[in-house]
Ligand binder design. Structure first.
Ligand code: C6P
Length: 423
């Protein structure tokens, strides 16, 4: 449990993930929904928060609330210290070289838009190309489309195989002298595919092309080392990583961030302002205009403490085993097809059923207390690729159990009882 808004917590010790202990840390899990124990399998959308994160927010607003980098008074200094300590935690979590490379943003979406509107506008011109994959979330498509429209540039798309893997030969073919940026999802939210981000980065760097990695789905579930990946930008959201909503991170290599123009103007991002001239602040403040989400950043620091204490490789192994179990159980259901069967895959079971619309699956599952997401998952091009309107998606987190997978299977059986088998 937390000892304050700096967020030191009691570690859960021992090899692997002690899921029963972990579950006691998440109060929201212990409730009945529609008369059944809640089975929360919508973690790719947003994950639940451990008590330590909730306590940190309460502690911050109860004792420390103040603006950062502005006051000499004690509360402001305390808030600033906690806010900057959290930045250092983020830096260690993704193994960035320096705290100044960690920019707080609202989430993955804002991080990508920031890069598009600064690095993109500065470096992308008429006839240039940006490469994305066919399994991107809309957040990693639309900002580049807006930029391409403005600049007369083109979006190029690495296709995927039926199992949901990138066709790397096509990527090699697409990379060329007009490529100005490669922007790829690390782990697909719709398919679960984990892409070879290091190899993709190495290939782009061979031509001097920078790479952005969308880590919205990977950062909560596996070890991320931005120096090992070699990527130039990495973005993720706090709320998928057991932290608060409204806070996320853009990591950027310092030399690139220094060369980029600011994203938004206002307080905090300046050193001095006159009506004639403004001198911008140093990193990371140059990209943090206005009063930030202070409580969110500190809460994110606590979330990082929480999962770091469990160990990212323990979490990865635990969830991988759960995914294998879920894949086995769902595959055995007649008429059910899993969408996304890549060899490198994590945490996501997207599926369709013959003759039953995914929304109907989601509705019946909800009556059983089971939360899954249904729809296109903000990845419409993925649905188009598989010629389906939507999927039902169960997405896993470190507090899910085999028993919950069993409950999901029972819920799907119930759906078949209600709607029949694809008639
Ligand atoms: N995916 C899902 O249910 P934000 O909304 O900015 O926190 O994250 C956007 C985003 C970007 N990239 C990927 C790979 C994502 O999965 C998401 C969010 C959620 O799958 C909500 S649409």
């Amino acid at each position: 449990m937390t000892t304050g808004s700096s967020g030191a917590i009691t570690p859960v010790v021992g090899p692997g993930v002690d899921v029963e202990t972990v579950r006691t840390d998440f109060p929201v899990l212990h409730q009945m929904v529609n008369g059944k124990p809640l089975v929360y399998l919508d973690n790719a959308s947003t994950s639940q928060k451990p008590q330590a994160v909730i306590d940190t927010l309460v502690q911050y607003y109860t004792m420390d609330n103040s603006n950062v980098h502005r006051g000499v008074h004690t509360l402001s200094q305390r808030a600033t210290d906690h806010y900057e300590e959290a930045r250092a935690k983020v830096r260690r979590f993704i193994n960035a070289e320096a705290d100044e490379e960690i920019i707080y943003v609202r989430g993955t979406t804002e991080g990508i838009n920031l890069v598009a509107q600064t690095f993109g506008r500065q470096n992308v011109g008429e006839g240039d190309e940006i490469i994305v994959t066919a399994m991107e979330h809309h957040s990693n498509i639309v900002p580049w489309q807006i930029l391409c429209q403005e600049r007369g540039a083109h979006l190029k798309v690495i296709p995927i195989t039926d199992s949901g893997e990138l066709v790397m030969e096509e990527y090699e073919r697409l990379l060329g002298p007009r490529t100005k940026l490669v922007s790829i999802v690390h782990q697909s939210n719709a398919l679960g595919t984990v892409n070879p981000a290091k190899q993709i980065t190495d290939m782009a760097h061979g031509l001097g092309v920078p790479v952005l990695v969308d880590g919205a789905q990977s950062a909560p579930h596996m070890t991320v080392d931005v120096q090992d990946l070699g990527c130039d930008f990495f973005v993720f959201s706090g709320h998928k990583l057991y932290g608060p909503t409204g806070i996320g991170v853009l990591y950027g290599r310092a030399d690139l961030l220094n060369a980029m123009p600011p994203y938004q103007g206002g307080g905090e991002m300046i050193k001095s302002v006159t009506f004639e001239k403004t001198i911008y602040n140093d990193l990371p403040h140059k990209f943090e205009a206005g009063t930030p989400d202070i409580a969110g950043a500190i809460g994110l620091g606590t979330a990082i403490d929480y999962i770091s204490n469990l160990g990212m490789s323990n979490i990865y192994n635990y969830e991988r085993e759960l995914l294998e179990y879920g894949t086995q159980r769902l595959s055995a259901i007649e008429g059910l097809q899993i969408i996304g069967t890549a060899r490198e895959k994590a945490g996501v079971l997207s599926f369709v059923m013959e003759g039953i619309h995914p929304h109907d699956i989601g509705t019946i599952l909800d009556t059983e207390g089971i939360a899954v997401r249904t729809g296109h998952h903000c990845a419409q091009p993925v649905m188009d690729r598989y010629e389906i309107p939507a999927t039902a998606r169960a997405s896993l987190a470190l507090y899910n159990t085999r028993e919950e997978i069993d409950a999901l299977v029972k819920g799907i059986d119930r759906t078949i009882e209600v709607f029949g088998r694809g008639l």
